[in-house]
Design a binder for this molecule. Structure first.
Ligand SMILES: NC(=O)c1ccc[n+]([C@@H]2O[C@H](COP(=O)([O-])OP(=O)(O)OC[C@H]3O[C@@H](n4cnc5c(N)ncnc54)[C@H](O)[C@@H]3O)[C@@H](O)[C@H]2O)c1
Length: 363
């Protein structure tokens, strides 16, 4: 199988490592206009053919039915390469956030449908990990009763992409290139997780806010106009009763850092660390009138990490196997959740999204 990488930066290299773990031999190719990025890539993956131009790379070979292109460029450069690759007759796995806005995301989907190719998104990265599957099993067992409330807070004090994390990629700070801040960066995982676990048929965003706390480390020599703290109050509908979701995500805040992911039902509650698959899952039930907390069995860890997951799931989808990949309409709807928060924050108007499960993968 051939996998083409458009962009040869930090994440492209993790995709290249993951491709080597697929259950069949993979021939890689990579394109990046930045000679320094290409040189770094070549030193880590000697022998992989590289070139400066994505179109040149794709046009150099007749497409095969199972060719996969991974788009690993900054978000403002997702639409062009994705369309180019789909039009060349290849399946596309695009990095998160899928696009800069819903109009671009819909254009990607239309192009995929027109050319009969798959469009996947790397928002899938944490899906299928044992702790996530354990959470889903407990919910499906009915042990929690009717779920009515979810707290989903991931608040870090200093972890801004482009400053404390990966300072070489300043584009993260520039909304013209990144589309936004921590919500664009981490929201795809948050909403892929919430949708996977709660499986709503609609989401109402009743209120949302964003903020950019200032620090002495803020760069002044580059555009920096993205939020680093975001929150929303939402209602997920489609199950027995509406589920009220308190959402918060920060890469920079002056308040105390903490992670709290908790699902509360009429008979029990579940607490876990969504983005740390090594941490336990706790189930809290009433026993004789008091709380009884037990650790949920999550089973053995699989051979794949969160960095492997996007191509592992997408490869299964391309091969027609049962897969957790986020593809097609489902991938676009997850992205639309993020846009709905921005829109609610910008206009102050409640947003209601219909969520489609088509393309959401095996559950
Ligand atoms: N870095 C991470 O930990 C991480 C994790 C998950 C997802 N992502 C996502 O992956 C994408 C890329 O992020 P990154 O961290 O690898 O950025 P990066 O800055 O390390 O690399 C981006 C690369 O894209 C190249 N590029 C720009 N225009 C191009 C074009 N027209 N054709 C081909 N290549 C082009 C740049 O030269 C650069 O080498 C983003 O959407 C990001 O959100 C990054």
């Amino acid at each position: 199988m051939r996998i083409y990488l458009i962009g040869a930066g930090v994440i492209a290299r993790t995709h290249a490592l993951a491709a080597a773990k697929l259950p069949e031999p993979v021939d890689l190719r990579a394109a990046d206009p930045n000679p320094a990025a290409l040189a770094d890539f070549q030193s880590q993956f000697p022998g992989v053919p590289t070139c400066k131009d994505a179109a040149e790379m794709l046009n150099a070979e007749t497409p095969l039915d199972d060719d996969i292109v991974i788009v690993a460029t900054p978000p403002s450069l997702h639409l062009g390469p994705t369309k180019l690759a789909l039009q060349s007759g290849r399946h596309v796995l695009c990095e998160k956030p899928l696009a800069m806005n819903p109009v671009e995301a819909e254009e990607m989907l239309r192009t995929a449908e027109r050319h009969g190719r798959l469009l996947g998104c790397c928002s899938v990265r944490f899906k299928g990990m044992p702790h996530m599957e354990a959470v889903k099993r407990v919910i499906a067992s009915g042990a929690l009763g009717d779920i009515y409330h979810v707290t989903f807070v991931n608040k870090w004090e200093r972890s801004r992409s482009g400053i404390e994390y990966q300072p070489g990629s300043r584009w993260f700070l520039d909304s013209g290139k990144s589309g936004g801040g921590v919500l664009m960066d981490w929201g795809p995982y948050d909403f892929a997780t919430l949708n996977d676990i709660l499986q709503p048929s609609s989401i109402e965003v009743a209120g949302a806010w964003t903020a950019k706390p200032t620090t002495a480390a803020d760069p002044i020599d580059v555009p920096f106009d993205v939020e680093t703290h975001v929150g929303a109050f939402m209602t997920f509908r489609g199950g027995h009763r509406p589920i009220h979701v308190h959402y918060e995500r920060a890469s920079c805040a002056h308040g105390e850092e903490y992670v709290q992911a908790e699902i509360e039902g009429t008979r029990g509650a579940l607490r876990w660390m969504p983005f740390d698959s090594r941490q336990p899952v706790f189930l809290r039930l009433d026993k004789d009138g008091t709380i009884d907390e037990e650790q949920v069995e999550t089973g053995p860890r699989g051979p794949f990490t969160i960095m492997d997951n996007p191509i592992v799931h997408f490869h299964r989808k391309v091969r027609g196997l049962n897969s957790q990949a986020n593809t097609g309409r489902y991938a676009v709807d997850i992205f639309r959740c993020i846009s709905a928060l921005y829109e609610c924050e910008r206009t102050g108007v409640k947003q209601i999204l219909a969520m489609n499960r088509e393309g959401g993968g095996g559950h």
